[in-house]
Design a protein. Structure first.
Length: 313
């Protein structure tokens, strides 16, 4: 079975304990999953040290205890958001995207995970304190060294991604080939999205036009909105309180009822079958949640079902 789903390891080693994390990783690869997404800053906000690295360290222990599994995994990590000072004024104190910062971050990530390279390396968030040319050159050098397979931009505006790609073409180095953004079936009101911190991390219709036209990959984080589709105790944030959400949720419920599956599974199927062929990054804390997500990513919607979902705006 082809699994178009990335297992999000953000909380592995902190709020998701070691035994549970390992069980989830084992089940994921046994089910045919390959893509695992982490970051060097995961999860500094959950750890008393104030620094990240716990997720990557856990993955390193898992790789060491499972001979041969590394060859079955597409490994994705990020740089740029790790604090440089514990309890500092983050994000101002983040490491950023200077050439030395991205190089040092990658080498530290490789060491923590006990690997020689990663398949995906992402700029975790924009850093306008550093010239774009410096960031692009630094990242391109890592690809040229064989330490990175593909570069991606997470939480970047579309114009900044295109600017960086143009610089990369001019320098003759590898540029961004993927974007990672907050992306789900329901959408926040644009102005509310800006106010709630999604200003640079929200997948829009413009983003879709850009990535489809330019052939970039799309990775979707928070596709299930931390359980809001199915959990009454986790309502949608205020930014999603508008008539379009009501219509979309009704369409979602109708398709889920027709198929006899959960709302979450329809959302994942909608994402993987969209024009951008999104790779949902799903953070789970139990085997049941993982199994539900895997089934959702493998679900195929009919043309009529997808049209009904897309028509609800």
């Amino acid at each position: 079975m082809t699994v178009t789903l990335a297992l999000g390891a953000m909380n592995f080693g902190t709020t998701t304990d070691e035994a549970t994390s390992v069980a989830l990783l084992d089940r994921f690869v046994e089910a045919g999953g390959t893509m695992i997404d982490t970051a060097n800053c995961y999860s500094f906000w959950n750890h008393p040290s104030g620094y990240g690295g716990q997720s990557e360290e856990l993955l390193g222990r898992w790789f060491a205890s499972r001979p041969g599994v590394r060859d079955r995994v597409v490994l994705s990590t990020k740089c740029g958001a790790e604090p440089t000072v514990a309890d500092g004024d983050w994000p101002e104190t983040r490491e950023g995207l200077g050439a030395k910062a991205v190089t040092d971050a990658l080498h530290a990530s490789l060491k923590r995970m006990g690997v020689e390279r990663v398949e995906y390396f992402w700029s975790h968030m924009e850093d306008r304190r550093v010239p774009a040319e410096e960031t692009v050159a630094g990242l391109g050098a890592l690809v040229a060294e064989g330490l990175v397979g593909k570069l991606g931009a997470s939480n970047h505006t579309t114009w900044r991604v295109e600017q960086a790609r143009g610089i990369a073409r001019g320098l003759g180095v590898e540029g961004y080939g993927a974007v990672q953004l907050s992306h789900s079936y329901v959408k926040p009101r644009p102005e509310s999205a800006k106010a709630s911190g999604h200003r640079f991390g929200w997948f829009t219709d413009e983003t879709r036009d850009y990535v489809v036209t330019e052939g970039l990959e799309t990775w979707a984080y928070s596709p299930l909105l931390t359980g809001a589709y199915i959990r009454a105790d986790r309502p949608l944030p205020e930014a999603y309180d508008h008539p379009g959400t009501t219509r979309k949720l009704a369409a979602l419920a109708a398709v889920a009822g027709e198929l006899g599956v959960s709302l979450n599974q329809v959302v994942l199927a909608w994402l993987t079958g969209a024009p951008e062929k999104a790779v949902p990054i799903v953070g789970v804390s139990s085997l049941a949640q993982l199994d539900e997500a895997l089934a959702g990513a493998a679900l195929e919607l009919s043309v009529e079902q997808r049209e009904a979902l897309d028509a609800a705006v």
